[in-house]
Design a protein around this ligand. Sequence first.
Ligand SMILES: Cc1cc2nc3c(=O)[nH]c(=O)nc-3n(C[C@H](O)[C@H](O)[C@H](O)COP(=O)(O)OP(=O)(O)OC[C@H]3O[C@@H](n4cnc5c(N)ncnc54)[C@H](O)[C@@H]3O)c2cc1C
Length: 481
Amino acid sequence: MSGKTDYDVIIAGAGLAGMTSAAMAAKGGASVLLVDRNDEINVGKKTVWGWSCGDAVAASHIAFLEKHLNTKFDKPELDLKVDGVLALSPDLQAKYPFDGDGYSLDRPSFERKLLKLAKGYKIDYMHNFDVSGPVVEDGFVCGINGKDMDGKQVTFRSKIVIDALGVSTVIRRNLPENPFVDRSVDIDDIESTGRYIYSFELEREDEKYYDPKYALIHLNNDLAPGGYGWVFPKSGNRVNIGLGVQKRSLDIRNKKFGKNDNLQKLIDDYVKWIPIFKNLKLDEKDNNGKGIWSVPVRRQMESLVFNGYMGAGDSMTMPNPISAGGIGPALIAGILAGNVAAKAVHGGDVSVSGLWKYNLDFNVEYGSKMAGMEAFRIYLQSLSNEILNYGMKNFLTRKEASDLTVGLIPELSIADKAKLILKGMKNITAFSNLVFTVKKMKELNEVYMNYPKSAKDFAPFKTRVVHEIESIKERFPPASA
Ligand SMILES: Cc1cc2nc3c(=O)[nH]c(=O)nc-3n(C[C@H](O)[C@H](O)[C@H](O)COP(=O)(O)OP(=O)(O)OC[C@H]3O[C@@H](n4cnc5c(N)ncnc54)[C@H](O)[C@@H]3O)c2cc1C
């Protein structure tokens, strides 16, 4: 550390989004301070539980990072290459492919490599620093407050603060009331989630439960209400097994079955439900074998900027609403935010207008389809196992389903599907609801294609998006299991 207390850009949180922002802002010529509460060896650890994550990331997102940071990733951080993701219906009879090829990361190694890269750009890095909130003066964020490793209260000042504190951010939550960035998030848009990393032996092969080439997702409202279970392969006969739930769906499911199961119980039941592993042993490398945490699964915050403030990653609810994949958007957002921050500092305008370009860049690079995907997620969470089983076999072709998961909209109409024999009223209603959802996805995509070019046009855009999503939530309450 240089002993300075004044910077161009302060980045709070040295996770994926924070370290990429730091590298890019410094590469663009800004003076940068990166702070995090972890010690250096544990860089990127989300909580005391470790680097809780399914570890799966699309190859295209790693390529984006490599291009912008002029680097190459390899083993050990890219632990295993996989051919894609497969989602299975509750009865395991239907399989939908989505996302292209990708990697299972070794997150501790990946984050250590990112820190080395960021430090290569001559940033100041302060570990063991606990951020308590933003410094706000005259309607501008202009620094952070927190405690250093000796427990001393410290204030650092800057022209811009980038909030990369993850889902529990104490910066966004403590912003002044403003029309751009909301301080709170609907609990129904948060998944409680956790996982184990195990080494294993196979009792027998069965690609419905484990596939060394694919990341498997099990949709099942009894096992994972309002979410899904996953079995993601790792190198050396290891596997990442986890599960996420929506709290409201879990409450409904518990009530239905007269149970009081919590997330941990569901994860443990899911591990037992998979019949093909034996000798499961917790992988204790980096003390990272077991962990739970939360993931936001809504569209990114409608604006990612405010005066003197930018946000990237989970702090801005960036994970994909359907898959909960947040590694890719955190990396992309970090790159884009750091780049715009450096330019805004040099241009001398760090107001919401001076930072607006980041909203536009993120929308083009990643964000424009997320509100539509959120609509689809809300629909999906309203379906019972019975309808999921029927629908995954009959409503969509594999191509249509795979398109939907990346926000591409298939042409669906009841008439087109007239050849379908929709058995029973429940299925007909579910199919017409799917047609409605797809129409809404299309509309939301169009709204985001016309993302406001400047801050002054933002208010009607936000009102429209919030209204659409609220009405979809009203129409599709969570399934009663
Ligand atoms: C169980 C689970 C499984 C997941 N599986 C996948 C998956 O397979 N694929 C995928 O793409 N995504 C997955 N995700 C989501 C993904 O892990 C996140 O989207 C990603 O880590 C977000 O990165 P980030 O940099 O925004 O935040 P984080 O990784 O959360 O980093 C935030 C950083 O801020 C620091 N910090 C927080 N508060 C403070 C404070 N007050 N003071 C100082 N420092 C602070 C933390 O120490 C941390 O270093 C999963 C998430 C969970 C919980």
